[in-house]
Design a protein around this ligand. Structure first.
Ligand code: ADP
Ligand code: TZP
Ligand code: MG
Length: 272
């Protein structure tokens, strides 16, 4: 398949420098700001219900991450998400820990009912939970999942009319009709916290640069996991992995993506 149309979207991110408004958790917020910069976007983190609509007014995309959710944050996410829908800018949702507690699961369902989300990205257990399947969510990590992740993702995508991304050793990206599997990445990505959250920030950078959110998601996941792969190959432990991963993301270009991309099962192929 022709990888170049996906690879070249990174150039568009860097030309556009999209402002990515995050409402996100207090654990990985700084890493999300940094990966947005290294991808080529401009991060802004703004949480107060009093200001989120104004900030969405300036933004190119909105990233909602429920990692350390509070009632006030749910209110802010609903205000911001509805404003993003009114403006027609993409919304990325990371349902961190959905399925672990009732508050998280119910809040995500409420957000998905009241906001049209463009891309939902989670690990296999979070996505299975949202698709109504049995899954074990151990805090913010995926445990046992009985359901087939591709089928769960496709069914959720059709139900929500959104693109769904399932992360793991292989990442799955589907809009319910087109499905891609990306085999890039490195096991070290599982050794530091925040590689899921940062992936959502990268999707927030790619979503505004192309009209088709499935293409944006395939391109964003591929670029991000290739950076993880390069960082992982150079690292000698989790500490050096993190800075090498950041360097790899900042130094990534379309040529390296085209050389390393392992995308399969795409049907039909996107137009070049
Ligand atoms: N064993 C692995 N091999 C390659 N990449 C991985 C592996 N585990 C996770 N990743 C990558 O790390 C990122 C985070 O995935 P994951 O660990 O599933 O998310 P979360 O941290 O939200 O549970 C994804 O981009 C995924 O591709
Ligand atoms: C550990 C933790 N606890 C609440 S949010 C968070 C970060 C989760 O990050 P990721 O899903 O990217 O590993
Ligand atoms: Mg996560």
């Amino acid at each position: 398949m022709n990888i170049l149309p996906f690879a070249q979207l990174l150039n568009r991110v860097r030309e556009m420098r999209p402002l990515v408004h995050h409402i996100t958790n207090t654990v990985t917020i700084n890493d999300c700001a940094n990966i947005t910069l290294h991808t080529g976007g401009a991060p802004v983190m703004a949480h107060a219900p009093e200001e989120v609509e104004d900030m969405v007014g300036l933004a190119s995309s909105l990233v909602l991450n429920i990692g350390t959710l509070t009632t006030l944050q749910v209110e802010a996410m609903l205000l911001a998400g509805k404003q993003a829908n009114r403006r027609g800018i993409p919304v990325v949702l990371d349902p961190v820990g959905a399925g672990a507690t009732r508050f998280r699961t119910e809040s995500v369902h409420r957000i998905l009912e009241e906001v049209q989300v463009t891309i939902v990205k989670g690990n296999a257990a979070e996505i299975a939970t949202l698709a109504g399947e049995q899954a074990e969510v151990r805090g913010v990590d995926a445990g046992e999942v009985a359901a087939d992740p591709i089928q769960a993702a496709q069914s959720l995508a059709r139900q929500l009319n959104s693109v769904v991304v399932v992360t793991g050793k292989t990442d799955i990206i589907t809009d319910g009709t087109r499905t891609a599997c990306v085999d890039n990445g490195h096991h070290m990505m599982g050794c530091i916290t925040g590689t899921g959250c940062m992936g959502a920030s990268v999707l927030g950078c790619f979503a505004p640069v192309v009209d088709d959110p499935w293409i944006a998601a395939v391109a964003g996941v591929t670029a991000y996991t290739i950076a993880g792969e390069i960082g992982g190959e150079q690292a000698d432990g989790p500490g050096s992995f993190k800075w090498r991963f950041f360097n790899a993301m900042a130094g990534l270009n379309a040529e390296k993506i085209a050389e390393k991309a392992k995308i399969r099962k795409i049907s039909p192929s996107p137009k070049p």
